[in-house]
Every structure is written in structure tokens, then in C-alpha cells.
Write a protein that binds this ligand. Structure first.
Ligand SMILES: [Zn+2]
Ligand SMILES: [Zn+2]
Length: 472
């Protein structure tokens, strides 16, 4: 018997119009016609349309702590397929667009709160009066690469188009310092840490203070993200802010100006270095920042300055991209032989191979383990403690909101704090797998798109309101 009471060419036509294939369409119809479809949609909506949700089976029982009465019980037995789906939480857009989008949004709010202040996130609006700059620190050159100079023509004689895949790759692969490039990525986090120490030193010197005297009057706050350039070198974008002695709540001293901060950043970047010892025939190196250091003032109104909004969007854009712009893969590589099976660009493959070659010489640097990241092992976004809120705090806000929603639906008190201690929750969960069937995937992606559209609209409306606040 045919699965469809319609001619196959009609099925193929419908599938094509949905941008899918007949098998996915068959699965999609199965899911949409199953009895628990509404609840399934609800579950997927709560994961934000996650493309690889974690599936759980289990139950929870909520009892009144005093009387022992069961207030509420829940079991996945009644759920579609007997399972509950929770978001995978992956940061990478290549793995899960929905969760990556949530992560980008969180990063945006985190960076923005540090620039504009946000009372809901315990950062006062007065940080707008503190000196704030957006700084970009890059890697040095490891050899000439194909580029698009202002003169039009690359050194190879070609006028490359904007999307030419050779851009950023070595002009002469035989002479390019691939080992230097991956070692630099590997130590980039150390270089950044030293830079923050030197920066405090340079600021103290300019204020005519000792470092401990500086701490008594001024704190330096950072929020930063890492981005991969096409050539496969990581670089950092950072918001740097000067606060008073007790962080964002206190005004910085009068000498703390944007000009002083700008000057101190450039001096610190020029001075800092990380030594790498010689090992197993590989030469000793001194790793430094590249000479291109960009520092721009962040302004509330955006006249001849970067606007607060632009900085936060810019930073969030990079939060979900790992090294994928270089054509590398987004997971760990097992054996070097695996490289033959991967469609890697030559430049990227040589960088990965350099990690393999150096791995034994610098075993504590875990170069092979991080070869898929071209040696970089740092975090993509980091911040100093008092910069703004934390990603964890933002996730908690969301989790609390959902918990409240669930409680309201079940007729329990919405106040999570109020009931604390008066109820007892016993939960037991078992991992039952991860991901969707092909039809579920298609539906989840369309749910993710809808959610995103709604939230983008809400986000824009919120941004408009914020702009009005600035002008008021
Ligand atoms: Zn996900
Ligand atoms: Zn070229």
C-alpha cells in the first residue's frame, strides 16, 4: 500500500514547495497528525526551536512540606513520545541556530548592560558618564596573505572579489609561519591576561600613582569577545571602562579620561609579550600583539563616535561564530588521517597540521586537542567581574520566568521565593537521547524562525524606546 493516496509527483511537488524531500514530508505529516502534536509544538517552542534538544524521561512530585499532600505531579508518560525535550544550549550557530541565537542575545545584553547600564541587571545608568572605549587587538603578521588593498590589486596581481575564498590565505604557503600562527592563537588568552595587568600599570603611571594607590580610586572593567580573521588568527574586541573604587556604582576620578585610557591601551599593547621556550627543535619565540591596535570612544549619542548599540550588536554577532569563518570544523579531530575526509581549505589544513606537529613539543598546551580551533583554547566571551551581569544570571532570569509560567498553568503560586521551603520536590530524570526526526527538524526550524521574528520585533521596539530615553 502506498503511504500517500496521491500520485508521487504531487507529493514531490508539495515537498519541494516546502523546501524538503518526500521522506521528510512523510515524517512531517506523521508528526503533525500524531495525537500529541499540540503539546509537542509547545515543548519545542519552550526550547526556542532548538535543533538538537535533549530528550528526557522521568517524573517530578511536588508535596506540601508540612502535610505531605501531593500538590502536583508530572510524568513524561503523558508527553508526546513519552519524553520531555529541553534545549541543547549550544553556542555555535553551525550546531544549533536557535540556541546560538539565544546565546547571542544574552551576550548582547551583557555587553550592552556594561556600556549603558541596566538597573534590572544591577549596573547603574551612570556608567554612561564613565570613560568607555571599544578596542581591537590583533595578531601580528605570519607572512603575506591574499587581500583587497585600497589600491585594488593584491600582491598576486589579482583584484579579488569580496567573497573570494583565497582571501586571507598565504601568498606563499611554503614560507608562511603556520607554527607561529597556531602558537599565537594558543597563547592569545595569556597575552590578553598580561595585557590587562600592563594596562593597569600604564594607567597608574599616567595618573602619577602606584598600582596599589590606583586600586583605591579606580577600577578597570572589561567585556571582550574573540573573533577569527580569515587568515585563521584570533583577535579580540573589548569594551574597556574606567570605574570608581567600588566598581560601576562609583564615579571614576577626574583624571580618568578617554584620552588617557586610549593612550594607556596603546602603550600596554605595545609593551606586553609572552615568551615561548624552544622545544624539540622548534625555536624559542616572543609572542606579541600586532601593530594594528584600534581604540574608539563609545558615545551615548553616536556623534563621531561608535554608538553603544553598534558596539553591543557587533560583539554579539561574533559570539556564535567559532573558527568556522576559516572553513575549519566545529568539533575535535581524532587522528590526523581524518583530515583527508574533511573538505578543508589548504590554508586551514596547514594550520591544523601545525598543531599536530607542535603537540609533542608543547604537551601542556594541548595544541592537538584544540586543532579544530586552530590552536585557540580560550573562551569566546569573557568579562571582568564587575563589568556587568553574567550569562548565568541571564539564564536564571529565563529559567525563573519559565518556572513561573509552568506554576501558573498548574494553579500553583507564581512566586518562586514565597513557596521555598514550604514545598518538597522529588525529581527523577533519565537521558533518553538527543535530536529530532527529519520531519520534527523541519517543524522545529520553522518554530525557531517564528520565535526569532517575534523577538527581533520586540528587540527593535525596545531599542527604539531606549533611544528615546537617551534623547529625553
Ligand atoms: Zn539547541
Ligand atoms: Zn591575491
Amino acid at each position: 500500500m502506498s503511504l500517500f493516496p496521491v500520485p508521487p509527483e504531487v507529493v514531490a511537488g508539495v515537498a519541494a514547495s516546502l523546501g524538503t524531500d518526500p521522506l521528510t514530508l512523510a515524517d512531517l505529516l506523521r508528526v503533525a497528525n500524531s495525537p500529541g502534536f499540540d503539546r509537542w509544538q509547545e515543548q519545542v517552542r519552550r526550547t526556542g526551536g532548538c535543533s538538537h534538544p535533549i530528550r528526557l524521561t522521568g517524573q517530578t512530585v511536588t508535596r506540601d512540606a508540612a502535610t505531605g499532600d501531593v500538590l502536583y505531579s508530572y510524568s513524561t508518560e503523558t508527553e508526546p513520545g513519552g519524553m520531555l525535550r529541553v534545549a541543547c544550549g549550544n553556542r555555535r550557530a553551525s550546531r544549533c541556530p536557535a540556541c546560538a541565537w539565544t546565546y547571542a542575545g544574552d551576550t548582547y545584553h551583557l555587553i550592552r548592560a556594561g556600556i549603558t547600564g541596566d538597573e534590572r541587571k544591577d549596573v547603574p545608568a551612570t556608567v554612561r558618564d564613565h570613560p568607555r572605549v571599544f578596542a581591537t587587538l590583533t595578531a601580528p603578521s605570519f607572512g603575506p596573505v591574499h587581500n583587497r588593498p585600497d589600491t585594488g590589486r593584491c600582491r598576486c596581481g589579482t583584484q579579488h572579489t569580496e567573497d573570494d575564498p583565497v582571501l586571507g590565505t598565504a601568498l606563499d604557503p611554503e614560507r608562511y609561519d603556520y607554527a607561529g600562527a597556531v602558537l599565537w592563537n594558543n597563547f592569545a588568552g595569556d597575552l590578553w591576561r598580561r595585557f590587562t595587568i600592563y594596562l593597569r600599570r600604564e594607567i597608574a603611571a599616567r595618573a602619577g600613582l602606584t598600582q596599589s594607590a590606583l586600586r583605591e580610586v579606580c577600577k578597570v572593567a572589561f567585556g571582550k569577545v574573540a573573533e577569527f580573521q580569515k587568515r585563521g588568527s584570533v583577535h579580540f574586541h573589548a569594551v574597556v571602562r574606567l570605574d570608581g573604587p567600588d566598581g560601576p556604582d562609583t564615579p571614576p576620578p577626574a583624571w580618568a579620561t578617554i584620552a588617557l585610557l586610549d593612550d594607556a591601551i596603546r602603550a600596554a599593547a605595545a609593551r606586553v609579550s609572552v615568551p615561548v621556550p624552544a622545544s624539540a627543535g622548534h625555536p624559542a619565540r616572543t609572542l606579541r600583539w600586532g601593530s594594528q591596535v584600534d581604540v574608539q570612544a563609545i558615545g551615548a549619542l553616536g556623534r563621531e563616535e561608535l554608538t553603544e548599540q553598534a558596539v553591543a550588536s557587533y560583539v554579539a554577532k561574533y559570539a556564535t561564530k567559532a573558527a568556522e569563518t576559516t572553513g575549519t570544523i566545529d568539533r575535535r579531530i581524532g587522528e590526523p588521517a581524518e583530515l583527508d575526509k574533511l573538505p578543508l581549505p589548504d590554508h586551514t589544513r596547514r594550520l591544523i597540521e601545525a598543531c599536530w606537529v607542535l603537540d609533542d613539543a608543547y604537551p601542556d598546551r594541548l595544541l592537538w586537542r584544540w586543532a579544530h580551533m586552530l590552536g585557540f583554547r580560550g573562551h569566546f566571551s569573557t568579562k571582568s567581574r564587575r563589568y556587568s551581569t553574567t550569562l548565568g544570571a541571564l539564564r536564571q532570569v529565563r529559567a525563573d520566568y519559565r518556572a513561573r509560567q509552568e506554576r501558573r498553568e498548574r494553579g500553583l503560586s507564581e512566586d518562586l521565593d514565597d513557596t521555598e521551603g514550604s514545598t518538597l520536590v522529588l525529581a527523577h530524570w533519565t537521558y533518553a537521547g538527543q535530536g529530532h526526526t527529519p520531519g520534527e527538524s523541519w517543524l522545529a526550524a520553522s518554530i525557531a524562525r517564528d520565535l526569532r521574528l517575534n523577538r527581533d520585533t520586540a528587540r527593535e521596539a525596545l531599542a527604539d524606546l531606549d533611544d528615546m530615553e537617551v534623547w529625553a
